[in-house]
Design a protein around this ligand. Structure first.
Ligand code: NOJ
Length: 726
């Protein structure tokens, strides 16, 4: 991209303090500010923040809301600061703004990137009306360890699935009318990179990883987000094999700008530059600022490390002015590209903030997104769908709860619009059946007489809906767990209710995969309902009564036991694989459990039965430059119309580096009517078979490959083809 003369003119006139000012992102204390989602650092009140803006010491403000006050702050920046450079307003708008959509993990379970594009678009419309230009989303980290608290924000354990959702969300946030469109919300894939690979699943922990794993597993979703048009990226807190990501020149410059030609800006995660000192990677603030900036970190979030450190480093010559200018140029270029120099009041229109014309459409979208995110794990004796005449007991701490519907990272949602499980069921029943509601226990503690009341209600009901799982606070930042189980008080409730013999439908609330045990694992039916957002109650009722068939699939493997973590379907082949039927002695498994998941990645039932024919290949030998067409006849053998997620997996039999047992390459959700047969059709080229080879290149290697078209990652029989050499 050539240099913009307006920007060059500004840089020529800026003082060092003003240049450093453009690199700072600070808490927006002027507007109502999002609640405690970050630890406190550099607290400034509204007046002090305004003064910093007036002095030209702020490039961006974040996590404030409301167009009118942002307009006033922008007026101060444009009219009262010496150079009149407009501010950028950022915020964590992760899964909805006013209208809350399912958590990203839940939405990924839809296996419908188009759906994520639509909810991101709706989010952008609401956020840009509320005075926000820039969102710190999508989170595109890969989550292979379910102990990690931030699994909830991801698209799960698989790279191809996560890449598709990353691109879709970027397209949705930014829209297709250009970055200057009034409702275009700038996207920020995060956290660059490998934040999901923290050791032991403990948030902020270190990451020791091979370059091959980085490139093949963790980086592709970022590349997909950039290819979809993202021009900002957030650096991660963690180190990568000893070098903190936020000061990692190989990552932020050699790879990102050199290899990938990224021409946007890198913003630090909250105080990540300051944390170089705690990492023991920088001596002091000046050193931290120097290391971060020269590595390629353009903006510093909330730490003041750039503000205090960079002027010193410029003065002593350890940071050349040209390096500072380049970072400033990137920040100003992003502002120019979203039209702020032409219209600094873009997205700061009070009238639009008041306009609620989107309400009906976005509420309907929230309901659709929520029901498409639900995954059915069990349905013994076709207990589901229910009939409206049944006597239902809704039992559990989530039954009428309104505080745990949204999930983590929802800062600006309209909570009064949220529909609880009880409300959704009552609306669906329309007095047809009867509904008893009993809390039974708290999220973590027993309540007096709770279990007894629950048992009594279960005894007189035809069916129990057991609303249990993790409260919202169990997932999100700094919420890693060692035992990924239903809390013991709720497990006790489940055991007592199950002992009544009344059939139980578990309505699981969760921000990660859980190790289901005892009566929960053995319930007649299990619906994974994540945190579904505003329309939770309606969406769950839609699925329970069969107005919608469950069509979600697991984006994360549900283990048999917490101790299996990290557990993911696309693990490498070992030298001693467990053999079916001969599980024992000297094999890769645990003493207590096999290596496999209880419910694997891609798994999910519908209200029908489906039959997969053997996949047909257009050729058994694929030429180096040819395209392979793979088809599979899928038949709905039941009597209900459903939607099925058809999945294509590949396995490279022999390679220069050990390869995973299977890898998802394609997926497609298709509607199949009762009795109908549909041909699913996919195409593959050698690009789909490429990986980081032993010599460090990225290529496919000739040889034999297995290919499955199957309903989940452990199902189906493979067929084989050969990739011929060039
Ligand atoms: C820290 C989180 O890691 C990041 O995801 C978020 O965008 C920032 N805080 C800003 O709130």
């Amino acid at each position: 991209m050539g240099h913009d003369p307006r920007i060059e003119d500004l840089i020529a006139r800026m003082t060092v303090e003003e240049k450093v000012g453009q690199l700072g992102v600070f808490a927006d204390a002027v507007r109502p500010f999002a609640p405690d989602v970050n630890p406190e650092a550099v607290a400034r009140d509204a007046a002090a923040t305004m003064e910093e803006v007036r002095a030209g010491r702020v490039g961006a403000l974040f996590n404030g809301v409301g167009a009118a006050l942002a307009r006033e702050t922008q007026r101060v920046a444009v009219e009262e600061s010496r150079l009149g450079i407009p501010l950028l307003f950022g915020a964590d708008v992760i899964h909805g703004m006013r209208t809350v959509f399912p958590i990203p993990l839940g939405e990924a379970a839809s296996f419908e990137p188009d759906l994520a594009e639509r909810t991101a678009r709706a989010t952008a419309i609401e956020a840009t009306a509320a005075g926000i230009h820039w969102t710190y989303a999508p989170m595109v980290d890969i989550a292979r360890d379910q102990r990690w608290g931030r699994v909830a924000e991801t698209s799960g354990e698989d790279t191809v699935l996560a890449s598709a959702f990353a691109a879709a969300r970027v397209r949705g946030f930014q829209g297709d009318a250009g970055l200057t469109a009034p409702d275009s919300l700038l996207a920020t894939p995060k956290h660059f990179a490998a934040y999901g690979a923290v050791l032991g699943g403990m948030d902020y922990n270190s990451v020791d990883i091979s370059e091959a794993a980085l490139r093949d597993i963790h980086l592709p979703p970022f590349k997909a987000a950039f290819d979809a048009g993202a021009i900002t990226v957030m650096s991660a807190f963690n180190d990568i094999s000893g070098v903190p990501a936020s000061a990692n020149r190989w990552l932020l410059t050699d790879l990102l700008r050199g290899e990938w030609n990224f021409d946007g800006l890198v913003v630090s995660d909250y105080t990540a530059d300051m944390e170089l000192m705690a990492h023991g990677y920088a001596e002091d603030e000046v050193d931290a600022a120097r290391r971060s900036l020269t590595a390629g970190l353009d903006m510093s979030m909330q730490s003041d490390v750039y503000a205090r450190g960079l002027p010193v480093a410029i003065e002593d010559g350890s940071v050349p002015m040209a390096v500072l200018d380049e970072a400033v140029r990137r920040v100003l270029s992003v502002k120019a590209r979203i039209g702020l120099f032409d219209d600094p009041y873009r997205c700061l229109d009070g009238a639009r903030d008041e306009d609620r014309s989107w309400l009906e459409a976005h509420t309907a979208l929230a309901r659709d997104a929520a029901r498409r995110s639900i995954v059915m794990l069990r349905n013994e004796h076709e207990l589901l769908p229910l009939t409206r005449s049944q006597k239902i007991a809704l039992i559990g701490p989530f039954a009428s709860d309104r505080d745990n519907l949204e999930g983590c990272w929802n800062l600006f949602g309209e909570r009064d619009r949220a529909v609880t499980l009880e409300e959704g069921l009552r609306a669906a029943l329309r007095d047809a059946g009867s509904l008893a509601v009993v809390e039974g226990c708290g999220f973590e503690d027993a309540i007096d007489g709770g279990v007894e009341a629950a048992v009594a209600a279960a005894r007189t009901a035809d069916v129990v809906l057991l609303a249990i799982g993790e409260p919202e606070r169990f997932s999100g930042e700094a919420q890693s767990r060692t035992q990924i189980v239903v809390p013991p008080a709720q497990q006790t409730l489940a055991e007592a209710v199950a002992a009544t013999g009344t059939p139980v439908v578990v309505l699981l609330r969760n921000g990660r995969a859980l190790a289901l045990q005892g009566a929960v694992a053995e319930a007649e039916a299990i619906l994974v309902t994540w945190f579904l957002g505003a329309e939770t109650g309606h969406a769950v009722a839609d699925v329970l009564f069969g107005d919608a068939s469950p069509s979600g699939r697991l984006p994360v493997s549900f283990p048999r036991d917490s101790g299996q973590q990290p557990l993911f379907y696309n693990h490498m082949r070992t030298g001693r694989p467990e053999l079916p039927g001969k599980p024992w002695e000297f094999k890769a498994r645990w003493r207590e459990h096999p290596q496999s998941a209880l419910y694997p990645f891609g798994f999910g039932l519908t209200y029908s039965t489906l039959d997969y024919a053997s996949p047909q290949l257009s050729a058994l030998r694929l030429g180096w430059n040819d395209t392979l067409i793979v088809t599979c006849a899928v038949t709905n053998t039941g009597d209900r119309d459903v939607e099925e997620v058809v999945q294509l997996y590949v396995h490279d039999r022999v390679a220069s580096r050990v390869r995973p047992v299977r890898e998802l390459k394609r997926f497609q959700k298709i509607a199949i009517k009762a009795g109908e047969t549909i041909e699913a059709r996919f195409t593959l080229t050698r690009a789909d078979l490429a990986f980081t080879t032993a010599d460090g290149g990225h290529a496919a290697e000739p040889g034999r490959f297995d290919i499955w078209i199957a309903p989940h990652s452990m199902a189906g029989e493979p067929v084989t083809f050969e990739l011929l050499a060039a």
